[in-house]
Design a binder for this molecule. Structure first.
Ligand code: SAM
Length: 663
């Protein structure tokens, strides 16, 4: 493959496919057409960058994404006759010529038209016919057209173009009062007199100059005033109309709003920070509803497996491991030891009371950080079912003993002291336990699942800490792959009809391919893996806020503080919700295709983890994403509050000391 072909394929993948262009014919056409041959001499090296480039006469060759978006929206078919207004370099005409039978393209600048005609002929695009003239009048001699694509922005939709559409024909045109920004419209001719109109988002084109466009001096041409002109809805208006208001958390109507997602095998509920009460409360209310009404029996959370297992024993009325069991003691404790989680845990215990094991709802952890407790849990299990195997396991895990308290230093030790043999030992231990499933699991499958998962965790964690030392995508990918596989093991253990709700941060839940994580850093996540495995049976719901307070630390291992969340940035998705005046609401992207398309173009999105650094907020907490592709729906709370960590005052009389978080 030549270097340009390589760049072209990269452009199609990153700039088009990942931004939501789905039509394979459009993507394939744009993989073939040598854009470097349409730019001005000297600009070839920029031909596959993500933007418009200057051409002669002060005009531009449009951004590849816009060409793809318009061409896809025009729904060109092989027998179609197409008119393009604004030939410019001829590139968009060449793309259309691969998808339709004939392309007439008209350019007002004679020089541009001549150069483009020569170029298209030289490259063999023989079904393109270039004309010179004012395209706002259309091309009556060749009309009607199955599609008309206008590559310049006018103040109104020229009447001539509408009239030159065949019935069923599509006109794509940027329209707006200002030359700075227009709305991309698709007008479909339904009958002699009727037209349908849809908006496809904000765009910015050079002006359409002509009889039914702008005058040369930037004013409106005399004849372009069309009475009763359509009112184009702003993005804020569209958002305001599309977002469904949320009732209070305890209102049954709150949960019922999520019935539409109940057919999913996995419902993934995100959060924009690890310390926001409304996010936990909303997830609890949705999960309660899904458990009570739709057969969900698993809650799988971004918490360490052995810690979550202690909660699971509590909610399923199983025996605790005793006074040594003190889950969620590690930083950041407030993430799970908070009043919202405690209330939900209490609800699960109550819900499970008196139910047979198969009908109870279980609480599992997907994360890998607590290697020490996992080792202890494997040994505890083997001590009770197979003491000889326990002795072998003790020996094998002994290799990791020096790092159990500070596993993050393990990677360096492996490098310098050749501790590589730990890898083989922990893998063998995991295989041994899995190999004895038939013996071990027969009497108590739940305890076997717990032990097997802990053994898997030790093997993943050994690798995780080893490669974490190098940084980069590999350790992130290993962690998210482990979390995804753990979810799979849980679902498998519960049978083919089992359904799970996942609680994790937006960065794990929102499909990574449509964020900087995937597009720039090659990171994947649970949301992406779930979509790849479960397709439409995976539902990804993100959460967000404009401002308020959050529980977070300033540094890793630091003290929890209640911090003020800065109002969201003007160039973020969050600000769109805020400006639309949404106080609390649910936006399901597939319910409004015009809005979905308007939101597709990547914007900034805020990610707060357990650390919040307001002073460097842009660099530390914002990343670009295409929200309607990242999530299926988004839950909005304009102003939010920090979670309340559990303190001694929450201790309950009569309950064990460990209730429910080992206080
Ligand atoms: N499709 C072109 C490409 O792929 O290179 C990009 C076109 S450029 C963004 C817009 C073009 O529209 C300019 O070349 C401009 O001269 C032309 N234009 C503006 N008003 C026009 C009109 N009334 N009739 C024909 N062409 C017009």
């Amino acid at each position: 493959m030549t270097e340009f072909a390589h760049l072209r394929h990269g452009m199609v993948d990153v700039q088009l496919a990942r931004r939501g262009i789905r039509d394979r014919r459009v993507l394939n056409a744009m993989k073939q057409i040598p854009r470097e041959r349409f730019v001005e001499p000297g600009f070839e090296e920029f031909a596959y960058e993500d933007g418009a480039l200057p051409i002669a006469n002060g005009q531009t060759i449009s951004q590849p994404y816009i060409v793809a978006l318009m061409t896809e929206a025009a729904e060109l078919k092989p027998p179609d006759k197409v008119l393009e207004v604004g030939t410019g370099s001829g590139y968009a005409a060449a793309v259309a010529s691969r998808l339709a039978k004939t392309v007439h393209t008209i350019e007002r600048h004679e020089d541009l038209a001549r150069i483009a005609a020569g170029r298209l002929a030289a490259l063999g695009y023989d079904n393109c016919i270039v004309h010179t003239g004012d395209g706002t009048r259309g091309l009556p001699e060749a009309a009607p057209f199955d599609a008309i694509l206008v590559a310049a922005g006018g103040p109104v939709v020229p009447d001539a173009l509408k009239r030159q559409l065949s019935i069923g024909g599509r006109l794509l045109i940027p329209v707006g009062d200002s030359e700075q920004e227009q709305s991309l419209l698709r007008i479909t001719r339904l009958s002699d007199t009727e037209y349908d109109e849809e908006t496809f988002g904000a765009v910015r084109f050079v002006p359409l100059i002509g009889e039914q466009g702008w005058a040369e001096d930037g004013t409106r041409s005399a004849s372009n005033h069309v009475p009763g002109r359509t009112h184009f809805r702003s993005l804020t208006e569209m958002m305001g109309a599309a977002v469904e208001p949320l009732p209070s958390f305890c209102d049954p109507d709150f949960g019922a709003l999520f019935d539409r997602f109940a057919q999913s095998r996995v419902v993934l509920l995100g959060e924009a920070s690890h310390g926001t009460s409304e996010f936990y409360q909303a997830r609890a209310a949705i999960t309660r509803h899904l458990i009570e009404n739709h057969g969900f029996t698993t809650v799988a959370v971004e918490a360490d497996w052995p810690d979550a297992a202690a909660i699971d024993r509590y909610v399923r009325h199983r025996r605790s491991r005793g006074p040594d069991e003190k889950p969620f003691e590690r930083f950041p404790t407030w993430m799970w030891r908070n009043t919202d989680v405690a209330a939900f845990v209490e609800w699960m215990r109550e819900h499970n009371n008196g139910k047979p094991a198969g009908k109870q709802a279980a609480w599992f952890g997907l994360d890998i950080y607590n290697m020490r407790s996992s080792i202890a849990a494997v040994l505890f299990y083997l001590d009770s079912v197979d003491p000889e195997a326990a002795a072998v396991a003790r020996e094998r895990y002994g290799c990791l003993t020096p790092w159990q308290r500070e596993p993050s230093t393990y990677g360096r030790a492996v490098l310098t002291k050749g501790y590589r043999k730990c890898e083989a030992e922990v893998i063998r231990q995991c295989q041994d336990i899995l190999g004895k499933q038939l013996d071990y699991a027969a009497s108590d499958p739940d305890s076997f699942l717990d032990a097997a998962q802990n053994a898997r965790l030790v093997a993943s964690a050994e690798r995780y800490y080893r490669i974490m030392y190098y940084g980069g995508a590999e350790s992130w990918n290993l962690r998210d792959t482990h979390m995804f596989e753990t979810l799979g093991h849980i679902l498998d253990a519960q049978g083919p009809r089992s359904k799970a709700v996942v609680w994790a941060h937006n960065s794990h839940i929102g499909d990574a391919r449509f964020t900087e994580m995937g597009a720039v850093r090659e990171e994947l996540n649970i949301g992406q893996l779930c979509r790849e495995k479960f397709a439409d049976a995976a539902c990804l719901i993100g959460f967000g806020t404009h401002t308020g307070t959050v529980a977070a630390a300033s540094d890793w291992d630091g003290k929890m503080e209640v911090m003020q969340v800065r109002p969201s940035r003007p160039d973020s998705y969050e600000r769109q919700f805020h400006d639309a005046g949404v106080v609390r609401g649910l936006l399901e992207f597939r319910r409004d295709e015009s809005l979905r398309r308007r939101l597709l173009e990547p914007r900034l999105e805020r990610f707060i983890g357990v650390i919040y650094r307001p002073n460097t907020e842009l660099q530390s907490h914002y990343a670009e994403a295409s929200m309607p592709q990242q999530f299926d729906a988004f839950l909005w709370f304009d102003e939010t509050n920090a979670v309340a960590p559990l303190g001694p005052e929450h201790r309950r009389a009569g309950l064990p000391d460990t209730y429910p978080f080992g206080l």
